[in-house]
Design a protein around this ligand. Structure first.
Ligand SMILES: C[S@@+](CC[C@H](N)C(=O)[O-])C[C@H]1O[C@@H](n2cnc3c(N)ncnc32)[C@H](O)[C@@H]1O
Length: 268
């Protein structure tokens, strides 16, 4: 047995993505998103960053710190409902919870790295930064088995049409205008592919006519009629009794959920 390895983060990622639902499955090149990696003071990291400025992209090696379990077989959130060996996936539920993401490097100021789109949530501990080197790291022709097949499927037009009914559209606008919270694009993307119950996609049946999907700190309630999905209501994911407790003050979107519940009280 080798001795165990203890790692200390070199810094933490700062992003608007508070909950896992908001983070992409992988970073999306189309996004305008800006993020910041703040390295810890007093460790000479300013010096360690020397010469990185010429790099257009960097690799981040980071900790899936919000997970505390792993499974040999996982159900990927996209594509057909089929379990895959965890080592054939990018699942966050791994024996060693390490994430690997290549991100655009937009600038460096002291210990702060300004980064483009990424798939980490706010506060994620980062263990290492390495230059992305196309000559070493890019093999665009390399086959990627089931992932290639799934991506090809996802390029086809989605099977389901998704519509926000008046009430949920009004709630979505209210969240966006008052709190800058907007998860409808992600919601529509997920439901238009497959709105049937699925553990990883957090879709479950509520009763005979209604289903719900967890969207981080929020939930969307929808009905399904053939290939038509109607989102009929948005809900705060946390009950009021939790949100008012001082020990729950770090719940994502807590203030917004409280205001939402004041306006649209939860049905009991
Ligand atoms: C599918 S993983 C891929 C991560 C990385 N690109 C990789 O391939 O190792 C990306 C997802 O991890 C989740 N995630 C992001 N930060 C996390 C964290 N700190 N702890 C646990 N899960 C996290 C989010 O749900 C995000 O959509």
């Amino acid at each position: 047995m080798l001795p165990s390895l203890t790692l200390q983060p070199i810094g933490f990622l700062r992003t608007r993505q508070q909950v896992k639902f908001q983070a992409g499955h992988q970073p999306s090149a189309a996004d305008e998103e800006r993020n910041e990696l703040e390295l810890l003071p007093g460790c000479n990291y300013e010096q360690a960053l020397r010469d990185l400025a010429g790099m257009e992209r960097v690799w981040l090696i980071w900790w899936f710190h919000r997970n505390d379990n792993w499974r040999p077989l996982v159900l990927p959130p996209r594509g057909p409902s089929q379990r895959r060996g965890v080592f054939a996936t990018r699942s966050p539920h791994r024996p060693n919870p390490l994430g690997l993401t290549s991100v655009p490097l937009l600038g460096i100021a002291g210990r702060r790295l300004s980064l483009g789109p990424c798939d980490l949530v706010d506060g994620t501990p980062v263990f290492d930064v390495k230059p992305y080197v196309g000559t070493y790291d890019a093999f665009p022709e390399a086959r990627a088995g089931w992932i290639d097949a799934m991506e090809a499927e996802l390029r086809k037009p989605p099977d389901f049409t998704v519509r926000l009914a008046d009430a949920s559209d009004h709630q979505a606008r209210w969240l966006k205008e008052n709190w800058g919270i907007d998860f409808t694009a992600r919601l529509i993307e997920l439901l238009s592919r497959d709105p049937t119950p699925h553990r990883t996609r957090r879709i479950r049946r509520r009763n005979e006519t209604e289903l719900e999907i967890g969207c981080g700190a929020w939930r969307a309630v929808f009905t399904l009629d053939g290939k038509r999905v109607s989102v009929i209501a948005l809900e705060a994911a946390y009950p009021l009794s939790f949100l008012v407790r001082p020990d729950y003050k770090d719940v994502p979107d807590r203030e917004a959920q409280l205001a939402f519940l004041a306006r649209w009280p939860a049905k009991t």
